[in-house]
Design a protein around this ligand. Sequence first.
Ligand code: DGJ
Length: 731
Amino acid sequence: MDIKYFDELRAFKIDTSNNSYIMAVVDDENFLGHVYYGPKLSDIPMYMLRINENPYVPSKNNRDRGSFMDTFPTELPGNGLGDYREGAVEIVDKDGHFAVCPTYKDYKIYEGKPELAGLPATFAGADADSKAMTLEITLEDKNVGLEFILRYSVFADSDAIIRSTEVVNVSDASVFIKKAMSFAMDMDAEDYELLTLHGSWARERQMDQRPIGYGKTSVGSVKGESSHQEHPFMALVQKGADQKQGRVYGFNFVYSGNFLAQVEKSQFDSVRVLMGINPTGFKWELKAGDKLQMPEVVSVYSDEGIGRMSRTFHDLYRNHLIRSPYKDKKRPILINNWEATYFQFDTDKLIAIAKEAQKAGIEMLVMDDGWFGHRDDDNSSLGDWYVNEDKLKGGLKYLVDEVNKIGLKFGIWFEPEMISPDSDLYRAHPDWAIAIPGRTPVRSRNQYVLDLSRQEVVDYVFDVVSKVLHSANIEYVKWDMNRQITDLGSYCLGKDNQGELFHRYVLAVYQLQERLIKEFPNLLLENCSGGGARFDPGMLYYGPQIWCSDDTDAIERLGIQEGTALVYPLSSMGAHVSDCPNHTVGRNTPFSTRGNVALAGTFGYELDITKIPQEDRDSIPGQVEMYHKYNPLVRTGDYYRIASYRENHYFDCYGVVSKDKSEALFTFVQVMGRPNYHSRIVRLDGLDPEKKYVVEGEDVSYTGETLMKAGLQIQNLWGDYQSKLIHLIEA
Ligand code: DGJ
């Protein structure tokens, strides 16, 4: 890792172990241009800026200055001054003008990486391998009195580059910021395709790849959260690239609210990449002297295909983003009562589940939705975080103590950001709900969203949640969020500031979770949003795991977990074994396959263990043993995607290889049986070609070279949805 400024060229060069990112200041007007991002270089290819190609010259008042602006690869494109591609910054200045053109002012290079006030951010470690360096470039627009601080950080042990934008008002009047992207880059990208993750409730993060056409292509969210539908991630993938080869640029936004991820292909085949807070619904009043820090973007370049990109994200998040004390620990195997009972449970039922679970080796009981107020369905009580003693006879502490006596830890569900119209809280504070005066607010799942832009509301939420957590020995919280935000209106924000609500809301969620983990430093926090609608790097800064999806069907999970693992480490993916027919899709799958697929995540159960077939119950101790055996490898190893049934329609295969390559676990799922078909040859990946590996349980061993080049032979399994774990140990 290194960051240098080259005076004679006025160029900045950021190096990771394998990649370089280069910018340069040009012309007496100090435009900051993007020179290069890709495999590591020892030179600085200034020609990439094409500043001497007539008529694209930058000189002041030249009649072709507009052509220059519309062509120049700008590091932070402004707006309204001749660059007709979409800008990274939009403002309204004190006179109502929107033109803005940030140009270079100065720079700083220093060791370490600053925190981003109030926002999740990657961080450096103490040892030499995990140290960081940061480059700060300040751009300015003297006309409007704004400065833009671009921060680029790199870590000694990662190829990722982290970037963010801070806007500072150095004028003496308010300026409205309508857009300030965290990341912008112009690159020559004729032969790239766009890879994104799309989805829906119960179908989160499905991979989608398409050619980049002329004009703009974007994904985004305006739902107040990162969303089920689109994901704050995109990758530019060279045509023909695959898991192992080809150039790939991946971008992931460390934020949990509205986002925009966009590419724009210009008339000259260059591509402008933008990523940041979605400008729709955003308008921030930046008062004189104020600063606005935008969230950060992680960019990863790989010239060894998509697989290398994924592994770089995984390591970065495991080493430099997740802070929880659980990040390097095996998580307790939990059993959650949601799919077991939904809202219909009481103390006796939970204790019965706990007793049976303990016999099978399960380590924690999680009580889901329905324990508070008078909530027997989703019509009421959000906000009334006091125990329903009709259901929990003897109270919460009694239940937790009983569960602890049985030998299980105890976890609890909250949905702290919400308020039900039928709640004491709403009757007392109707103005605490987000709403526009005069409009009946839209209900979703029969609930409203709390106006977290009000500090008194945030404090209330924190106090009630922490009171419950202090009242008993609660060691885990599932923090849910079951609706998107509409009716953007706050009774407290002024008319010029309503456009701040979305972002203030997300900042308040971060504040709440930060306070929670400070107050309860040993708490295991699992985030969730109607399944996986807030599975993003922002949330990983607060809790080490996120519920992937309400779809717990093992086959649906293959696609969901494949898309999730494209960016996020397996240690962060909430995955449970549930009952059949599956509650979302009605499919019957073997209990063993449900276990094998959940093993790729945090692992747990979501079923009524007192009611499932005896044969399934009898399989749980074996699965528990398997979790204890394989989880250290799954949590810490390198992930390799071998085959995807999304592409081949028959089988899925992925694996985890230990960092020292002495052990590997591959999971093979035969989604569709095929009649009259011979065995399959599956070429593994990530092994040491020189090492010899024993296939556990089979009396055979092969070199890594054979397993990767020739492949492993897998006999046709009998039936659909069958699966097999292949454990390789160095001989
Ligand atoms: C949505 C979550 O994803 C489920 O697991 C469950 O907690 C429900 N909410 C409860 O309302």
